[in-house]
Design a binder for this molecule. Sequence first.
Ligand code: UD1
Length: 414
Amino acid sequence: MDVFRITGGYPLRGRIGVGAAKNAVLPILAAALLAGGPVDIQGFPALSDARHMVDILETLGCRCRVGDGQVHIDPEGAWGWEMPQELSKKLRSSIFMMGPMLGRFRKAVATYPGGCEIGLRPIDLHLRGLAALGVKVREAHGMIYCDGSGLRGGEVHLDFPSVGATENLMMAAVTAPGNTVIHNAAREPEIGDLQRFLNALGGRVSGAGTGRVLVRGVSSLGGASFRPMPDRIVAGTLLIAGAITGGQVAVEGARPADLGAVLDKLRQAGCGLEEEEDRVTLTAPARLRPVEVSTQPFPGFPTDMQAQIMAMCCVAQGASLIVENVFENRFAHAAQLRCMGADIWASGRMCLVRGGKLTGAKVAARDLRGGAALVLAGLAAEGVTEVEGAGLIDRGYEGLERMLGGLGARVERI
Ligand code: UD1
């Protein structure tokens, strides 16, 4: 198993750019199945999750070519409406294929998806939403059988603004006859990117970024060339890398409009921030101050940044409080941070972090963002840290060791 070995104590300095957002690319890849012509995705990230999604498209009969930072998808000959089981176990986002399969073939068979172990992560909102669009859903023997012969526009009320359910329903609805309204839709910026992509194909989607998404069904779609948005979570992680090491970093592709809640916490921690439309420059204070963080759907503080900010709180001067409201089991990194000397008290969805010193240790990534947090902790720790499970971190960071190394960190993959 790959391991990141980090020698702590080097302040990060310099300028770095971030690539396309994993959470924008995955639903866009799924939506390519709906296209009526070739799709080119520019700035295609070398992430294992994105590669798995392309593998799924190929298994369904799409012709795909990956290279030169692009992926070309020709969905014309696609014939598959049954999710390959092995691949869907590897990737929770495989569930995104249901909407496009229903849109294109009016039927879909899927298994329960895999992905990071960060909570129960049910898919009831996806299935109830599809049912509201006229899809007959039957679950048996761990499989989900969907009959979309009656697929049509409808009104969906989500109990919780689920990102995945909002996207899946947008994709199912885009070629369904009639209008669909998704109420209590998630407002994450990646939903806006999916809307832009569907509209580039010829769809008629509006309202992304608000709690009410309207999809006016069209009878067919074309192809498109598209560049997905930069990754706000990678950008946020790099800013924290600057903060936790007492450094100064400029992150290109960090859009303040997408990072508001994160920047607010960094400012409260005492960081200096210079914000431009597409770039944020962070200057760390001599000593970080503690913060109170409560994760929420966008525009609240993102759950995907909770682990990284916890690493930062471990070296702040005073006690920080972190509440995880989105996933019920997302503190696996807390136990690992304790191995590095962190003083963390955890109960249910809450963690109290008393800031102090971190020391290098052998720790293990349990999930993608928690793994990134351990690397950040290693940057600030005294001595050498080894983070086992680099493969989990590769799901969402394109060569984290190269990115951090470019800023002066001592990180190697062994
Ligand atoms: C997406 C992101 C993930 C991020 C999460 C929350 C992608 C590929 N992944 O995941 O990185 O952490 O949003 O911002 O975009 N839920 C249900 N029933 C459902 C669906 C969700 O109860 O049918 C619950 C989940 O268990 C979780 C909460 O809703 O507690 C949020 O999940 P959701 O917004 O759907 O996250 P994902 O789309 O899986």
